[in-house]
Design a protein around this ligand. Structure first.
Ligand SMILES: [Mn+2]
Length: 393
């Protein structure tokens, strides 16, 4: 069995206020070409197909056309929902599409039986495990007690392994944060303090584990448990990561060999460093169309840096000033004293500092209503608590 392991396509992603659809099509077409070139039998996408639960229409169109192209190129497609996907929406056609060689599992259900695909080296069992959190597991398996992410994974993996046909090579496909991995900014953390981590050992029973969630290609604990990473760079803390997919060869005994295949982006993503004058003078030899974060090394914030550099760089996604010595000029009208300033006023200051604009009347009244609601909730909670204590006494 020869398959591609990929993940975290994040179709419809905005990066630097720009929708990445064309860039995504550009690299994913290279993946389709690889399906033909290497006679790939299956493409496994380990979650985060889309960037959000309701993706833009053009992202759905792109995904639909890629599914067709991969099928035309001769491979089956297996995919699961990630934490960015709406499992309910993604599972459209679930089961019915199996007939067409497209296997989607959007939501965790009691049925964890694998998808069994024939191949040149015999059948392979794929456990498709859509993204789940402890609440999903409690609901699906009717469990009363509280669970950690790790408890939840243990329950799901135990059942999935139990459903595997004995002696058949197996692949787990999951979207999760395995202990030891490294998070980047574009992986929105769902919980605080790493409590969403799970142990890699839950996957030890599989011959290969195709993971999604982390955007760089990592091995998680052992060589056969891997993140493919995203096919494209989606934030500036990912610039050093390799972007591509794994081509995995599995023999009739389930032994694997995997090779990383890089993809070439339409635009490179990089951080440009220098003073304003250096950069204006063209000290940077690399393509000026790259998606750039400009790190200006001037010790004082130069005036009109964006306007001046836009003549040099076509795609400026942001600025950083690591060497500023002088404090930024205070924003006009900012209230210095924090005491005696209401939450609404503080937020209004913050908003103006961040956006350079005051809030609109509509925004202000929305905020006021929200603060009022929060205050009311706080009051209700504390009075409930108070009553409870009185009751005990
Ligand atoms: Mn994810």
């Amino acid at each position: 069995m020869r398959f591609i392991h990929t993940a975290d396509w994040h179709l419809g992603k905005l990066f630097g206020q720009r929708t990445m659809t064309e860039d995504q099509a550009y690299v994913l077409e290279q993946m389709v070409a690889a399906v033909k070139e290497f006679s790939v039998e299956a493409v496994v996408i380990a979650g985060d197909i889309y960037d959000r639960s309701v993706p833009p229409a053009e992202a759905v169109e792109l995904f639909s056309s890629l599914l067709s192209k991969i099928r035309e190129a001769g491979a089956s497609v297996l995919f699961i929902a990630g934490n960015h996907d709406s499992g309910r929406r993604l599972s459209f056609g679930e089961g019915v599409l199996d007939e067409a060689g497209i296997y989607v599992r959007g939501r965790l259900t009691e049925d964890l039986s694998p998808v069994i695909l024939p191949s040149s080296t015999g059948s392979v069992a794929f456990s498709l495990l859509p993204y789940f959190d402890p609440y999903d597991v409690r609901e699906v398996f009717d469990i009363e007690e509280r669970l950690s992410f790790d408890d939840a994974a243990e329950i799901v993996l135990e059942r999935a392994r139990a459903a595997l046909p004995e002696g058949m090579p197996s692949v787990a496909v999951a979207h999760a944060f395995l202990a030891g991995g490294e998070k980047t900014e574009s992986v929105r953390a769902l919980s605080v303090g790493g409590s969403d981590q799970i142990a890699y050992t839950h996957f030890s029973g599989y011959d290969y584990t195709a993971l999604g969630h982390l955007h760089g290609p990592w091995r998680a604990g052992t060589d056969t448990i891997r993140y493919s990473g995203s096919p494209l760079c989606y934030s500036f803390d990912e610039v050093k990561q390799k972007k591509g997919f794994y081509l995995v060869d599995m023999d009739e005994k389930g032994k694997v060999k995997q090779e990383f295949h890089p993809l070439t982006p339409r635009h490179a993503v990089r951080i440009v460093e220098g003073t304003l004058e250096e950069l204006r003078a063209g000290s940077d030899p690399l393509p000026k169309e790259d998606y750039c974060l400009i790190r200006l090394l001037d010790r004082e914030r130069p005036l009109g840096a964006r306007e001046k550099l836009q003549a040099v760089y076509a795609n400026i996604f942001g600025f950083e000033y690591p060497n500023l010595v002088a404090r930024q000029e205070p924003v006009e009208g900012r209230r210095e004293a924090r005491e005696g300033v209401s939450d609404a006023e503080q937020f209004a200051d913050f908003y103006r500092e961040m956006t350079g604009k005051p809030m609109t009347e509509e925004q202000s009244s929305y905020l006021a209503a929200l603060l009022e609601e929060l205050a009311r909730e706080e009051r209700t909670e504390s009075s409930v608590k108070g009553n409870g204590q009185e009751g005990k006494a």
